[in-house]
Design a protein around this ligand. Structure first.
Ligand code: SAM
Length: 256
């Protein structure tokens, strides 16, 4: 394994609590991929390996590499048995030994800045006709995400995403591009630990805000966030909530 620059470990247990809901966009992205040329594949920002088994089923004997900055996530990814190799690296400066037929990148790029430079750099790592397949959450203005910033007075948890028009401008010179978005109406189960929307966001967007605190300050932030969520995402009689979640997808097929 190479060394990460980020020192940015994640909590696979908390992330995988909503494995089913988080898998759905993986499947939707993979369905859109179509034919890919000969060559190896990378699951870039593979996390705990949610996409590993479906990539393996779809691509059979092809060489599949998982890349992530988080040792804990890579450890879980290894347990799936779906990857030929797992590499600890930062997506920002990742360079595979060989050009790739598919770079599959689900729910990762919003943690990285400067997509106008990053996407052409990733496209360079593709064989001609190779595919870059990306999904990023488009939720930074939603109450579930904006409330973390409002309550802490801090700016974004991560760099966020661009408007679809901006992605089109970046992608078009590189090959054939498709951009679309889907809003998932997620029914989150009741939880004894707090508001279901916190259960969902605390392992991802909310993580940097929570990690900065401990003790009573941490407990106060959790309580205040739960109170706000109750206003925006009211409980059903059974304690569940409906949590709309927008996701932006794009595919690039590199010029042949
Ligand atoms: C929301 S998870 C998505 C994981 C997986 N792709 C999935 O669909 O379940 C985001 C992952 O991106 C990784 N990540 C975030 N920034 C990264 C970076 N700069 N380089 C490498 N991995 C990064 C995190 O460690 C985490 O595992």
């Amino acid at each position: 394994m190479t060394t990460s620059k980020t020192g940015n470990d994640w909590n696979p247990g908390a992330y995988d609590r909503f494995r089913g809901l988080r898998l759905r966009p993986v499947l939707d992205l993979l369905r859109a991929v179509g034919e890919v040329p000969e060559g190896p594949l990378t699951d870039l920002g593979c996390g705990s390996g949610a996409a590993g088994p479906v990539l393996r089923t779809r691509f059979g004997e092809r060489m599949i590499t998982g890349v992530d900055a988080s040792p804990a996530m890579l450890h879980k990814a290894r347990e799936t048995g779906s990857y030929d190799q797992l590499v600890q690296a930062d997506v920002a400066d990742w360079e595979p030994e060989q050009q790739q037929a598919l770079i599959f990148c689900n729910a990762v790029l919003h943690w990285l800045p400067d997509h106008a430079k990053l996407i052409p750099r990733l496209a360079k790592q593709l064989v001609p006709g190779g595919v870059l397949a990306v999904q990023v959450p488009g939720m930074n203005d939603a109450p579930s995400h904006a409330t973390w910033r409002a309550l802490t007075g801090r700016a974004e948890a991560g760099p966020g995403i661009l408007e679809p028009r901006a992605y089109r401008e970046i992608l078009q010179p590189l090959g054939q591009a498709e951009i679309w978005e889907t809003q998932y109406y997620q029914a989150l189960p009741a939880s004894d630990e707090g508001h279901p929307v916190r259960m969902f966001t605390q392992s991802t967007y909310g993580r940097p805000f929570l990690d900065a605190l401990d003790g009573s300050a941490l407990a106060a932030l959790r309580r205040a966030y739960d109170d706000e969520m109750e206003k925006h995402y009211p409980f059903e009689r059974d304690g569940t909530v409906l949590f709309p979640f927008r996701r932006v997808f794009f595919l690039l097929r590199k010029q042949g």
